[in-house]
Design a protein around this ligand. Structure first.
Ligand code: UD1
Length: 382
């Protein structure tokens, strides 16, 4: 594990010709795709702060199209260190992150540690820092789906109960924490992903991704992702779902997560035999946002994409029995179908027929733009 830049260089940074002396260090721990999207607006806000953000990439996601491309597109500074932890069991990933982050805390003595979301990277980082009494800040706190069969739900609960500052994306998240007895350090700030989403709206238009390369037409395809452990642990059902959506009259475009690909291939299922289903490699953030803008509807088990569909005004079919983003269901823009083929087909047919105006309003449940700015001000890091 090598430190990439020296401490002195790190403390003195020239930003747009101006030398800024960074007096204190804050760790920002990322490792998987959703973290990069949440961290981007925070890092941008911190550019002129006298606090130096030291980015630790755990390496939980390591493929170029799962990591590097996100840094490039989101204009994120290169991580100060990459721990190279990679794939493995839950215990392996979590404990490896803990051990390595602990070493870095001893070395750099950060003022605070910021973690994002609900992954094993988040859990390992939060446990390491809170056990060393370093103020631990959880971005996207209070989010619950109330089903511990999702490993992320276990992570969310533990992270919130060991963190000192619980930065909530919604009012429901604040209420969830209250029900668990957590009120100290709880703040409704809004969703950091919304800032990245708004930025991507502007840039993805300029990038002009060509739908033709995927053989899909504007407003005539379903954009789908599937990667949850609960989904990939059932390759037989997953294969049946793919066969079924592959036979629908509307095309589905599915950028496939490596976990999903591996699950199907390891069980001997071919991924080539689906008629109206186009399976492609994972796409970059901007390309995803562009596909989202152009699709008819979304079908996913990704929490992030559920919210992005809501912001974009695209109906969403969620392939889970629970969601952390219950507000999108209440507003009528999202429907829970689990891995049930009949429910999936019914939901697709309902949404395809519907006029979007019939669905109704999309209240700003996840706050207004500028969550990262409000957060930095709240922490006094300006
Ligand atoms: C993780 C998070 C999940 C988040 C998701 C975003 C946990 C428990 N889960 O799930 O909350 O929504 O990231 O994608 O932390 N793999 C590659 N290349 C990569 C990354 C992963 O091939 O760059 C494959 C490996 O086979 C790996 C598998 O995907 O074993 C699963 O990766 P992992 O990081 O364990 O979990 P995700 O499914 O990505």
């Amino acid at each position: 594990m090598g430190i990439l830049i020296s401490y002195e260089i790190m403390r003195r940074r020239k930003i747009k010709g101006k030398e800024i002396v960074k007096k204190k260090i804050i760790f920002s721990i990322v490792g998987a795709r959703p973290h990069f999207v949440k961290a981007a607006p925070f890092l941008e806000e911190m550019e002129y702060s006298t606090y130096q953000v030291f980015t630790i990439h755990t390496g939980q996601h390591y493929d170029k199209n799962m990591s590097d491309i996100f840094f490039k597109e989101l204009n994120l500074p290169k991580p100060d260190i990459n721990l190279g932890i990679g794939s493995g069991t839950h215990a392996f990933q979590t404990s490896a992150v803990m051990q390595k982050v602990e070493e870095l805390i001893f070395e750099y003595k950060p003022e605070a540690v910021v973690v994002y979301g609900d992954t094993n990277t988040t859990l390992g980082g939060a446990l390491a820092s809170s056990k060393l009494y370093v103020p631990t800040i959880h971005i996207e706190a209070g989010v619950r789906c109330f089903n511990q069969k999702y490993p992320e739900e276990i992570n969310r609960k533990i992270i919130d109960h060991v963190s000192n500052f619980l930065i909530c994306p919604s009012k429901i998240a604040v209420d969830n924490l209250k029900k668990e007895g957590l009120t100290n350090g709880v703040e409704f700030i809004g969703d950091f992903m919304y800032d990245s989403f708004l930025k991507a709206q502007k840039i993805s238009d300029l990038c002009k991704f060509d739908l033709k390369k995927y053989g899909v037409k504007q407003d005539e395809f379903i954009l789908s992702t599937m990667h949850r452990e609960k989904t990939t642990n059932s390759p037989k059902i997953l294969n049946e779902i793919l066969c079924s959506i592959g036979n629908l009259p509307i095309t589905t475009l599915l950028p496939m997560h490596p976990r999903t690909m591996a699950s199907l291939q390891n069980s001997g299922y071919s991924i080539k035999n689906f008629k109206n289903l186009k399976i492609i490699n994972p796409v970059s953030y901007l390309e995803m946002m562009s596909l989202l803008k152009n699709c008819k509807l979304v079908m996913t088990d990704s929490g992030g994409l559920e919210k992005e569909a809501y912001w974009q005004g695209k109906p969403c079919i969620t392939l889970m029995e629970e969601t952390t983003w219950i507000e999108t269901i209440d507003a009528g823009w999202n429907v829970l179908v689990g891995l049930n083929i009949i429910k999936i087909e019914k939901a697709i047919s309902n949404f395809v027929k519907k006029d979007l105006e019939e669905i109704g309003a999309r209240p700003a449940y996840y706050g207004s733009a500028g969550a990262a700015k409000r957060f930095v001000k709240y922490m006094g890091w300006t």
